[in-house]
Design a protein around this ligand. Structure first.
Ligand code: HEC
Ligand code: HEC
Length: 278
């Protein structure tokens, strides 16, 4: 029995065993080599005939963007990731947010964020205007997005009255009629607009930070943005409390009292002068 079995096993092995397996393996190896060669050939031909694809993978950055990338790789990369693609539970992707969002976040000192919290507060900015511009340029070249127009005075041809109307419709429900800000739900707040520059207001509208809606140029045209900024800078900031003594803001009574007093003093001097002449 055992010898019979042994013989049968040997026969089977010789019939379909190693020699067969080896040739199948060799055939597979041959196929794999041919496939690899074909792939390499196709890949080589593709890169040779389509050089643009390679260029798109690593677009060359401008000088300003390179400076920005250097800053980014030190101060932002831990939360926003290499190439700004975001880090789970730390910071969102910045691809496509545009230089407007960077200018807003870094220019108002909100970024770099110090610790994770519901809302990054406005702080004294860590970067100079030039560095903010470079960081913005880097994010812009990385993924495009909205940009604030050039210049520091963006409201010179804005209309204060139209701006006031637009402000009451679009902004006052969160920032209050005075622009002084107010609380929102779950510990968040709409901040005061008093420290904001023209560019920061424009950037806030373009990027819509936190709960604030994005006011793209389709919703609020560049002219209307100028109107709103003019209203904030020339009307709202003008009527804000500048410190010192006031009468609790009962309308124009402070001014009224001032004019009354100045007028009385002027009248007294005028009558003294007339009395002295006669
Ligand atoms: C400690 C983590 C942290 C660091 C460091 C940090 N960020 Fe952020 N960043 C966040 C978080 C979280 C948010 C989202 C919360 C928010 O918008 O307030 C955010 C939001 C942003 C946004 C807004 C994105 C959008 O969708 O509008 C920009 C732009 C931004 N960061 C840029 C930067 C830049 C530039 C730096 C480096 C100078 C930086 N951040 C450093 C955590 C961080
Ligand atoms: C739904 C509520 C909401 C509306 C409506 C809204 N905002 Fe905001 N706004 C916010 C919040 C919330 C923030 C704070 C974002 C942050 O801290 O990241 C903010 C921030 C800002 C800032 C930044 C202030 C600073 O610190 O310098 C400006 C400027 C601003 N908004 C302007 C506007 C203007 C102009 C409008 C109307 C066109 C508007 N907002 C409408 C909620 C709102």
């Amino acid at each position: 029995m055992t010898s019979d079995n042994d013989r049968r096993r040997g026969l089977l092995a010789r019939l379909r065993g190693r020699p067969v397996a080896r040739s199948r393996g060799r055939r597979r190896l041959g196929a794999a080599v041919r496939l690899a060669a074909a792939l390499m050939l196709a890949g080589g031909a593709y890169t040779a005939f389509a050089p643009g694809v390679q260029a798109q993978d690593t677009p060359p950055l401008s000088a300003a963007a390179n400076e920005g990338k250097a800053l980014f790789d030190v101060s932002c990369v831990t939360c926003h990731g290499l190439n700004g693609q975001g880090v789970v539970d730390r910071g969102p992707s910045l691809v496509g947010v545009g230089s407007a969002a960077v200018e807003f976040q870094v220019g108002t000192g909100r970024m770099p964020m110090v610790r994770q919290e519901a809302q990054a507060p406005r702080k004294y900015p860590q970067f100079t205007d030039e560095q903010v511009r470079q960081l913005g340029q880097y994010i812009q070249e990385l993924g495009g997005g909205p940009q604030v127009p050039a210049g520091n005075n963006l409201h010179q041809n804005g209309d204060v009255a139209t701006g006031g109307e637009l402000f009451r419709i679009n902004c006052s429900q969160c920032h209050a009629f005075t622009g002084g800000g107010g609380a929102l739900s779950s510990g968040k707040y709409a901040p005061s607009l008093m420290p904001s520059s023209d560019r920061q207001i424009y950037a806030a509208m373009l990027s819509g930070p936190q709960n604030m809606p994005v006011f793209g140029d389709n919703q609020i045209s560049p002219q209307e943005k100028a109107d709103i900024i003019a209203y904030i800078q020339e009307s709202l900031k003008g009527t804000q409390d500048q410190g010192g003594f006031n009468l609790g803001r009962y309308g124009p009574s402070t001014e009224g009292v001032a004019i009354f007093l100045v007028g009385i003093v002027a009248l007294v001097f005028a009558s003294l002068w007339i009395a002295g002449k006669s």
